[in-house]
Write a protein that binds this ligand. Structure first.
Ligand code: SAH
Length: 232
């Protein structure tokens, strides 16, 4: 990946690189995020490739301290939330990570830079295809894509060292717990649609333990082990 190479869509690339550096300093480090590898990767992955429309041309919009609507009723998460969840998951070099809710693929690109291999599942076929094309264009090759219900995980790829869910679930989906490696960790928003708790879930000696990391607000995880249909 050579994120700083200018291309036709992003002529003012220096401005994006500058906005990216400011984001790392003012949104991540200023909030106390200290995970060196996560900070390095957040300073490298070009978020501008994951935003579309007029917003994509403005470094200020792309790196704003907020979530960005990406169409189809979905959002690209706030940079801090992406960094925070990644730091809590703490993917190690050599690890195998499952991500549920590919969306634009931005979080996927961050994970792919830290882990050995990433398996990512998206229930919206248009978003899934868009993400696959974007990551391919950036030369990211250690990602497996699937279009389908990620609340059921990806049994053929299990066990995973880490599972990151970027949509809000009504409860911890049992199939995902079953696909976590011993000593693995899962980061997942759980709770009602308007406000969830971000949980760190670990399995130790067959026992499932979870603790609350922070509050958050994600679009719903819709599926067999999630919400039955998109809540109104
Ligand atoms: N991480 C994304 C943002 C995710 S938004 C990014 O960086 O852009 C949440 C995504 O979860 C949406 O794209 C939504 O379609 C997807 N989603 C919701 N329920 C799902 C399910 N059961 N399986 C897979 N994806 C799901």
């Amino acid at each position: 990946m050579s994120p700083d190479r200018p291309d036709d869509d992003h002529p003012a690339d220096d401005a994006f690189a500058q906005a990216r550096r400011s984001m790392v300093r003012e949104q991540l480090q200023a909030r106390g995020l200290r995970h060196a590898r996560v900070l390095e990767v957040m300073g490298r992955v070009p978020r501008e490739h994951f935003v579309s429309g007029s917003r994509a041309r403005s470094p200020w919009s792309v790196y704003a301290d907020s979530a960005v609507p990406v169409g189809r009723g979905q959002t690209l998460s706030q940079p801090y939330m992406v960094a925070r969840m990644t730091a809590d998951l703490d993917p190690q070099p050599g690890s195998r990570i499952l991500e549920i809710g590919t969306g634009t693929g931005y979080q996927t690109a961050v994970l792919a830079a830290l882990a050995e291999e990433v398996w990512t599942v998206e229930r919206d076929p248009v978003l899934a295809e868009g993400a696959r094309e974007r990551l391919e264009a950036l030369g990211i090759e250690n990602v497996h894509f699937r279009y389908g219900d990620g609340s059921l995980g990806w049994p053929e790829g299990a066990p995973f060292d880490g599972i990151l869910v970027t949509a809000g679930a009504p409860r911890i989906p049992a199939p995902l717990v079953g696909q976590l490696a011993e000593d693995g960790r899962m980061v997942i928003p759980v709770g009602p649609p308007d406000l969830q708790e971000l949980l760190l879930v670990e399995v130790r000696g067959g026992e499932v333990r979870s603790r609350v990391l922070t509050e958050c607000r994600f679009v719903p995880l819709v599926g067999e082990a999630g919400w039955a249909s998109p809540p109104a």
